[in-house]
Design a protein around this ligand. Structure first.
Ligand SMILES: *[C@@H]1O[C@H](CO)[C@@H](O)[C@H](O)[C@H]1NC(C)=O
Ligand SMILES: *[C@@H]1O[C@H](CO)[C@@H](O)[C@H](O)[C@H]1NC(C)=O
Ligand SMILES: *[C@@H]1O[C@H](CO)[C@@H](O)[C@H](O)[C@H]1NC(C)=O
Ligand SMILES: *[C@@H]1O[C@H](CO)[C@@H](O)[C@H](O)[C@H]1NC(C)=O
Ligand SMILES: *[C@@H]1O[C@H](CO)[C@@H](O)[C@H](O)[C@H]1NC(C)=O
Ligand SMILES: *[C@@H]1O[C@H](CO)[C@@H](O)[C@H](O)[C@H]1NC(C)=O
Ligand SMILES: *[C@@H]1O[C@H](CO)[C@@H](O)[C@H](O)[C@H]1NC(C)=O
Ligand SMILES: *[C@@H]1O[C@H](CO)[C@@H](O)[C@H](O)[C@H]1NC(C)=O
Ligand SMILES: *[C@@H]1O[C@H](CO)[C@@H](O)[C@H](O)[C@H]1NC(C)=O
Ligand SMILES: *[C@@H]1O[C@H](CO)[C@@H](O)[C@H](O)[C@H]1NC(C)=O
Ligand SMILES: *[C@@H]1O[C@H](CO)[C@@H](O)[C@H](O)[C@H]1NC(C)=O
Ligand SMILES: *[C@@H]1O[C@H](CO)[C@@H](O)[C@H](O)[C@H]1NC(C)=O
Length: 532
């Protein structure tokens, strides 16, 4: 009853606003694919596009467009992503500066016009409609902290702000630890000044609120990513996000949970930067410190407004070196890539990670994806697909449970082993690496039902729990495992599609006989019917 009402309301919203006007709760179960519009796909795609090169070191436009994204939504959706975060859409300066061109979209000149390199208003609306037709969400990257003038310090050609009192007085940020400076002074430098919008001026604030509300409605936006959130005072964000009326995910660049925590009060969610740093260092070598990662998560769980649920969990983005530029060890990489999908937060995957792209710091981490030919056999494509499907399967049976019960960490005797409990899923991660010579194992207690059959969705190996629901699981060449009760494989069989319930189990486990499997299926159908 309630769910059919929700469906009706959603459909009505879709036709009136052209957007799902998605709420934070609706975003919780989603999985986000972040792309750089200029680098994802060319318009009018054809096989010849794979010959259009893109030298990232030049920092220039390479030709990606909104139409290109529309043409490749299958690629994104087939991996299980149901939201797409695109680059900022507004008109940027056209100059080729000492730091290159504004292909990334963060150098706004005119907030009231679209960036013509990415397409027309109709193209952007069509992208929004194409996403909605697939029940996918559109997330817009929004820059309201600063603007860039084509004439340096002469701001007269900026739109809609150009008067001196609409910008903070000129001073460049030199001390990132001085919050007054971070908020009042300008980012950039004398080579490329970034004029800091005066968000202490009430008429400027009103104009920004009207602007975002218009953009959301005009283009059917379902969520916004707030660029440079720490550079604007908190109360601005409370007003701004309320006027946007859709889910907001803020970029608060800090490794400190206590710095980030106050921002969780004024926006729906934050990108989980504090755990990004220990995540990268934990898995970039066997010497990494897993407990530093655990400590950060536990701190965030204690002090964020909604524990770590309202966070965007990520391993890579356009501002940080790709993880694969730090290590070539497949086992370490696979563990790290798995992390964002097994936590409380909303997983965010940065485009190209699925293809094993290895670019280091900006601008090298913004490679053209068309050069991969959108290869569905790319190194981590099927891994993404499995992780997204596993998360959905974990959410499905008891939606409120997976999305509201905080992850916990199960003690391990070896500090290179990490067991993350998020029922009905248990993720087993390790940073021993693929060259570990000795056997290592995870031990979990009371994790599942007594004698319950459990499957590692990454290898499709099965294990049977002991009489107390615990088990010891050996690591294979340093690879992670994601355990779920076998009965959650579900009817759609997007997980372990080739797995037969009669398959011979490996390791410590046992397989179900065909008769047992039949009983499991009958029981599942019964349970499903009981809930319909
Ligand atoms: C794409 O193709 C259409 C039809 O052939 C054409 O009208 C349009 O200008 C092309 N767009 C680009 C960006 O080349
Ligand atoms: C792309 O370039 C390669 C190598 O130069 C060439 O063999 C191929 O025909 C080109 N493909 C298209 C579609 O132009
Ligand atoms: C946008 O979508 C409409 C409806 O599908 C279509 O008629 C139109 O040609 C599309 N516009 C562009 C620029 O592709
Ligand atoms: C940027 O481009 C504009 C328009 O072409 C031009 O007037 C201006 O001088 C350029 N600025 C710089 C710093 O090159
Ligand atoms: C600022 O730039 C505009 C053109 O964008 C020009 O008309 C005006 O003279 C410039 N002002 C100064 C003080 O240079
Ligand atoms: C922080 O920056 C402001 C503005 O530049 C300055 O007035 C203040 O002295 C700085 N505070 C500290 C502690 O350095
Ligand atoms: C954050 O990074 C700085 C600089 O590397 C370091 O001094 C500080 O201890 C870190 N803070 C936390 C909470 O990890
Ligand atoms: C790992 O990080 C924790 C902080 O979370 C610290 O207490 C511990 O000493 C670190 N261990 C090593 C081996 O550096
Ligand atoms: C990974 O392998 C590539 C190619 O062999 C090499 O250039 C790169 O330096 C290696 N990266 C690391 C972090 O070892
Ligand atoms: C394991 O060995 C392979 C091959 O020698 C190497 O590429 C990889 O970097 C090593 N892994 C670690 C974590 O050292
Ligand atoms: C995990 O180990 C710590 C320290 O060894 C201990 O304080 C804690 O109670 C243990 N937790 C569980 C759930 O066993
Ligand atoms: C964990 O196990 C690995 C592989 O057996 C071993 O090399 C490492 O020393 C162990 N680490 C600790 C802290 O016991």
């Amino acid at each position: 009853m309630i769910s059919s009402l929700t469906v009706v309301l959603t459909v009505v919203t879709f036709f009136t606003l052209g957007s799902y006007a998605a709420t934070a709760d609706q975003w919780r179960s989603r999985s986000i694919y972040q792309l750089v519009t200029d680098r994802f796909a060319l318009a009018n795609d054809s096989s010849s596009n794979s010959n259009v090169t893109c030298d990232t070191s030049l920092r220039q436009y390479c030709g990606g467009t909104w139409q290109g994204i529309i043409d490749h939504l299958d690629y994104i959706q087939d991996m299980g992503f149901d939201a797409v975060w695109i680059s900022p859409v507004v008109a940027n300066i056209e100059n080729t500066t000492a730091y290159g061109q504004a292909y990334h979209g963060y150098w706004t000149q005119d907030m009231t016009s679209l960036n013509p390199h990415f397409g027309t208003a109709e193209d952007l609306k069509n992208l929004s409609a194409a996403l909605h037709a697939r029940d996918m969400y559109l997330m817009l990257d929004v820059v309201v902290n600063d603007m860039v003038s084509p004439n340096g310090l002469n701001l007269t050609s900026l739109v809609p702000f150009s008067a001196p009192d609409q910008f903070h007085q000129l001073c460049y940020i030199t001390d990132d630890n001085n919050q007054t400076e971070v908020q009042q002074c300008w980012p950039g430098d004398s080579t490329l000044p970034r004029a800091d919008i005066n968000t202490d001026n009430p008429s400027v604030v009103t104009a920004l609120e009207t602007w975002i509300s218009g953009v959301v409605q005009e283009y059917g936006v379902d969520g916004i990513r707030l660029d440079s959130a720490k550079h604007i005072h908190s109360s601005f964000w409370a007003w701004f996000t309320e006027n946007a009326g859709v889910f907001s995910l803020g970029e608060v660049l800090s490794n400190d949970t206590s710095y980030v925590a106050p921002y969780t009060q004024v926006m729906d969610a934050v990108l989980e930067y504090p755990s990004y740093y220990p995540l990268v260092s934990a898995f970039s070598s066997p010497q990494g410190n897993l407990s530093a990662l655990v400590d950060t998560i536990e701190s965030a769980q204690n002090i964020y407004k909604s524990s770590t649920f309202m966070t965007g969990t990520f391993l890579e983005n356009h501002d940080q070196p790709r993880f694969t530029s730090l290590t070539n060890d497949t086992a370490l990489i696979t563990n790290a890539i798995t992390w964002p999908f097994i936590t409380d937060g909303i997983p965010v995957l940065y485009y190209g990670q699925e293809q094993g792209y290895q670019g280091g710091s900006d601008p090298n981490n913004r490679e053209a994806l068309w050069l991969s030919n959108f290869d569905t056999n790319g190194p981590y494509v099927s891994h993404m697909k499995t992780l997204n499907a596993a998360r959905k399967a974990a959410i499905a049976p008891q939606t409120s449970y997976f999305l509201t019960n905080p992850m916990t960490f199960m003690n391990q005797s070896n500090s290179s082993m990490l067991a993350v409990s998020k029922p009905p899923m248990i993720a087993l991660l390790t940073n021993v690496g693929s060259n570990a010579t000795e056997d290592v194992a995870w031990t979990v207690h009371s994790a599942f039902g007594a004698h319950e059959y459990v499957i590692d969705v990454l290898t499709c190996n099965t294990i049977q729990a002991d009489s107390k629901g615990g088990m010891t699981v050996k690591a294979l060449k340093g690879m992670p495992q994601v355990l779920m009760p076998m009965n959650l494989l579900g009817k759609s069989r997007s997980l372990c599609p080739n797995f037969q319930f009669s398959d011979k189990a490996t390791g410590a486990g046992h397989s179900l006989s065909p008769r047992q499997a039949t009983l499991v299926v009958i029981a599942l159908v019964g349970i499903t019917l009981a809930f319909v």
